[in-house]
Design a protein around this ligand. Structure first.
Ligand SMILES: CC(C)(COP(=O)(O)OP(=O)(O)OC[C@H]1O[C@@H](n2cnc3c(N)ncnc32)[C@H](O)[C@@H]1OP(=O)(O)O)[C@@H](O)C(=O)NCCC(=O)NCCS
Length: 388
C-alpha cells in the first residue's frame, strides 16, 4: 500500500485540480464532449426519455431557430493544459440568447440577455468548487458575450438570467438575485361540456406574438415609477423553442405531437389568450410533476375584469382538458399580476397559489447601476416563456 500511495495521489490530483487553479478556464466543448456531458446529465434532466432520445433531443435543440447561428452556447470548465477530448469536464452549462427590452423613465433600450441552463458538475467532481468557479467567470463574461455595436438589438446585454432548481441561495452568491417566483396551479380536468374559447394552433402564433411584442413595448413606455423595467420579448422564436421541444418529447412518448398550443377568447381589442407548452420531467406518473405550463397570458384590455374572467375561465378549461389528455398533473400560470389573480378568483375555478422556494427560482444578474434587486428592477412578464 505504502508504495502505491504517491502514484494514486498524483493521478487523483491531476483528475481533480484545485478549483482556484490558474490552469482552469471556461471554454466550449467539442461535439464529443457535448455528448459526454449530456450523457452524464441525462440522470437529472432526461428521465422522461430514453438516453438515446434525450441525446437526440439535446442535439435537435441546437438546430431550432432560437438556438442556431450562435443563439445557444455550450460552456465547460476544464484544464487548459490538457487536450480537447482528453480533459476532464469539471463543470458545464449552456446559455441561450434572447431579445430584451429595458425601460427607464420611459426610455426604451433593446438588447439581449443570456439565459443560463443545465448547470452541472458530474457526481465525482461535486463539492470541489468547480461549478462556483464556472459561474464566477461566466457572470461578468456574459455582459459582453455576443454584444455587437454593429448589430441593432445586440448592442447591449443589460442582464443575464437563470431559473434555479436548487433554491435561492446558491446562485445569489455569484450575483444572480432571486426575483418573485410564484404560480397559480389548476388541476387537470376532463372536458364535460363544449368549449367557448378557441384553441390556438401553430399557424395562429406568429401574428399573436407580434401583437404581444407591441403590447409589452407599450407597457414599458408607459411606466411611471422610478424603477428600471425589464422584459424578455415574448417573440415567436421564443415560443417556438418551447413548442419544438414539446413536440419532440411528445412524439417520443405518445407517437404524436400536440396541436393545441394555447387558447383565445373575445373580440379583437378585448381578447384574452394564453400560449402554453407541456413539460415532462419523468414517467407518466403524478410524482413526476409533469405540467401544462402557460408560457404567456395576454390581456388586451385590462379594464374589463369580469368579462376577462369569463374569457380566462374558457381558456383555462381548454388548458385543463389538454392537461388531462396528455396525462399532466396540473396547469401552471407563473407570476400572475394582481389583476390576473383577481380574474382567476372570479373564474370560480379550483386553484392554489404557490410561492416556490426550491425550484424554478427566476434569478437575474444586473450589469447596470443600482442594487439589481427587485427594489430597483421590475421584471415585467416574468412568465414561463423566459425559462430555459
Ligand atoms: C448544483 C451543482 C452544479 C453544484 O456543482 P459543484 O461543483 O458541486 O458546486 P460547488 O462545489 O461549486 O458548490 C457546492 C455547493 O453547491 C450547493 N449545492 C449543490 N447541490 C445543491 C442542491 N441540490 N441544493 C442546494 N445547494 C446545492 C451546496 O450549497 C454546496 O455547498 P457546500 O460546499 O457548502 O456543500 C451540482 O451539484 C450538480 O450538477 N447537481 C445536479 C444538477 C443540478 O441540480 N444543477 C443545478 C440546476 S439549477
Amino acid at each position: 500500500m505504502g508504495e502505491n500511495t504517491p502514484t494514486t495521489t498524483l493521478v487523483e490530483t491531476a483528475m481533480a485540480p484545485d478549483s482556484r487553479s490558474d490552469s482552469l478556464y471556461l471554454t466550449h466543448p467539442t461535439p464529443e464532449e457535448k455528448l459526454a456531458t449530456w450523457s452524464l446529465n441525462s440522470v437529472n434532466w432526461g428521465s422522461a426519455l430514453s438516453l438515446p432520445d434525450y441525446l437526440q433531443r439535446e442535439e435537435y435543440l441546437t438546430t431550432v431557430p432560437l438556438a442556431r447561428n450562435g443563439g445557444l452556447t455550450h460552456w465547460i470548465l476544464v484544464d487548459r493544459t490538457l487536450p480537447p477530448n482528453e480533459r476532464p469536464i469539471l463543470a458545464s452549462c449552456e446559455t441561450l440568447r434572447k431579445p430584451v427590452l429595458v425601460s427607464h423613465n420611459g426610455v426604451i433600450t433593446e438588447g439581449i440577455t443570456h439565459g443560463i441552463g443545465s448547470v452541472f458538475s458530474q457526481p465525482k467532481f461535486r463539492g470541489k468548487g468547480y461549478a462556483s468557479r464556472m459561474l464566477r467567470e461566466l457572470g461578468p463574461l456574459l455582459k459582453e458575450w455576443q454584444v455587437d455595436q454593429n448589430i441593432p438589438g445586440m448592442q447591449t446585454c443589460p442582464f443575464s438570467i437563470l431559473y434555479s432548481d436548487i433554491g435561492k441561495k446558491y446562485y445569489a452568491k455569484f450575483g444572480w438575485v432571486p426575483f418573485p417566483s410564484t404560480h397559480i396551479a389548476f388541476p387537470s380536468a376532463a372536458n364535460s361540456k363544449p368549449f367557448t374559447a378557441k384553441p390556438l394552433a401553430y399557424s395562429d402564433l406568429e401574428e399573436l406574438c407580434a401583437l404581444d411584442q407591441q403590447y409589452v413595448k407599450r407597457s414599458l413606455e408607459n411606466t411611471k415609477d422610478s424603477k428600471t423595467h425589464v422584459a424578455l420579448i415574448p417573440n415567436h422564436d421564443t415560443m417556438q423553442w418551447h413548442h419544438l421541444r414539446e413536440d419532440f418529447v411528445c412524439c417520443k412518448i405518445f407517437g404524436k405531437a400536440p396541436t393545441v398550443k394555447g387558447a383565445i377568447a373575445g373580440e379583437s381589442g378585448s381578447r384574452v389568450w394564453a400560449v402554453w407548452t407541456r413539460g415532462f420531467y419523468g414517467p407518466l406518473k403524478p410524482e413526476s410533476g409533469n405540467t401544462l405550463h402557460i408560457l404567456r397570458l395576454v390581456i388586451e384590455d385590462e379594464t374589463a375584469i369580469e368579462a376577462n374572467a369569463t374569457k380566462l375561465k374558457a381558456i383555462l378549461e381548454i388548458a385543463q382538458a389538454e392537461a388531462k389528455e396528455w396525462q399532466l398533473g396540473h396547469v401552471e400560470l407563473w407570476n400572475p399580476t394582481e389583476v390576473v389573480k383577481q380574474m382567476v378568483k372570479s373564474t370560480g375555478l379550483e386553484h392554489s397559489e404557490v410561492e416556490r422556494e426550491g425550484e424554478s427560482i427566476a434569478s437575474l444578474m444586473w450589469y447596470g447601476e443600482g442594487s439589481g434587486t427587485s427594489d430597483d428592477i421590475e421584471w415585467v412578464g416574468n412568465e414561463k416563456y423566459g425559462w430555459c
